[in-house]
Ligand binder design. Structure first.
Ligand code: MG
Length: 395
């Protein structure tokens, strides 16, 4: 009997207060898919309410349709079915910019469901017969001052991290000297052996002249990569800066909404690390394709993730079987909501490494009580017709 999707639920959860900082763990959009008495979970790394609108909005025209039409009642027996659904979604939502972000969470939930059906971890369904431990880097915002950054780096080392990434906050927004002091403080806090990564958070738009003077401090303090100096589409700026790098490599790709954007950063932007968020690019299937392309071109694949351990597990699957891709992003200061949403943690082992769970699907259980606690009662209505109402997590 083919397995047919019976229900798809979107849960919008949020911290009571949303701060104006680059921390995507303050709210979340979880997706639950059910079929044949089985459940799959996924998470969109995207603005939750925009995605819900994308999911239920009435048809505007042929390629502006609510995405739920393309997924509801579909058969899911193997990875090829997920790819088929993805093609239909891409067509129905071709003229809606949010489509890939919204579908990502659904696509991830379908892989989790499929893994549960076959009793296999998702990485096995992707073709990996073994997985390798990853060295997680503690991903966090720069301190407001160099001294705060130094303290944060020291705290991460005390927690057992061998690699630390600082990003956003004041970095890239002030002068070159201020940025130099931040990088210097991060290196001091981390010690000479640690792996230092720096994320400029697209601070310099598409202007290599603003980025070039920052390279010296990054080389001097042996940063492994400089992440997102520019917006992801500024391929010429990336390539120009890459040509001036001695040891530091450029990293980017978290904003990629499809395979092509990620491949272009590799082929034309000359990044050395490609960072993919499965919750944005369209899910696990497209991420695996980017991973294969990166390997074929000598570029290192890294996950991008900043929220729950459900999202972390999803982000690890596409490159879990690649031994050379040894670094992984690991959120260290998520909000309470992101911590409470999962029962199982992908904790660091004694060697300071993490491993993708060997359990079926994504191997991470969702805490329904936390969904209930943080659920934002939401309704979308047109006239008298209710298009969306927050589902009951316990039903
Ligand atoms: Mg980043």
């Amino acid at each position: 009997m083919p397995m047919r999707i019976e229900s798809i639920d979107f849960f919008y959860v949020s911290m009571p207060q949303i701060e104006d900082i680059a921390d995507g763990s303050q709210d979340a959009l979880l997706v639950r898919v059910r079929a044949d008495g089985l459940t799959g979970w996924g998470e969109c790394e995207a603005s939750p309410l925009v995605c819900i609108a994308n999911w239920v909005c009435p048809m505007s025209h042929e390629i502006c349709k609510p995405l739920n039409q393309a997924v509801a009642n579909q058969v899911v027996d193997g990875p090829e079915d997920i790819a088929r659904i993805a093609r239909r979604v891409a067509r129905d939502g071709l003229d809606i910019a949010q489509t890939d972000h919204t579908f990502s969470g659904v696509e991830i939930a379908l892989w989790d469901l499929l893994g549960n059906k076959h009793g296999k971890p998702v990485y096995e369904l992707l073709g990996y017969d073994r997985v390798y431990p990853k060295t997680p880097y503690a991903s966090q915002l720069f301190g407001d001052t160099p001294d705060q950054t130094r303290q944060k780096a020291r705290a991460s080392v005390r927690q057992g991290f061998k690699a630390v990434k600082f990003g956003w906050g004041p970095y890239g927004l002030g002068d070159v000297e201020a940025d130099r002091l931040q990088v210097e403080a991060a290196r001091e806090g981390l010690g000479p052996e640690g792996i230092l990564l720096v994320d400029a958070g697209t601070a310099w738009g598409d202007d290599p002249r603003k980025a070039l003077p920052r390279l010296e401090a990054l080389e001097e303090h042996r940063a492994t990569w400089l992440e997102e100096p520019f917006v992801g589409e500024a391929l010429e700026a990336h390539a120009e800066l890459a040509a001036h790098c001695r040891k530091v490599r450029l990293a980017g790709g978290e904003g990629a909404r499809n395979i092509h954007m990620a491949r272009h950063l590799i082929d034309y932007g000359k990044v050395g690390f490609i960072q993919i968020d499965t919750g944005r690019i369209g899910g696990i299937g497209p991420s695996k394709k980017v991973c294969d392309h990166a390997r074929a071109h000598g570029v290192t694949y890294v996950n991008h993730t900043f929220t729950t351990h459900l999202a972390l597990s999803a982000s690890l699957q596409p490159f879990s079987g690649v031994e050379d891709s040894w670094l992984c992003e690991y959120p260290v200061e998520p909000k309470a909501l992101a911590v409470e949403l999962n029962h199982d943690e992908l904790a660091l082992n004694d060697a300071g490494q993490i491993q993708v769970p060997a359990r079926p699907g994504l191997g991470v259980e969702v805490n329904l009580g936390a969904i209930e606690k943080y659920l934002v009662e939401t309704q979308i209505k047109i006239g008298d017709r209710v298009l969306y109402r927050s589902p009951d997590p316990n039903s």
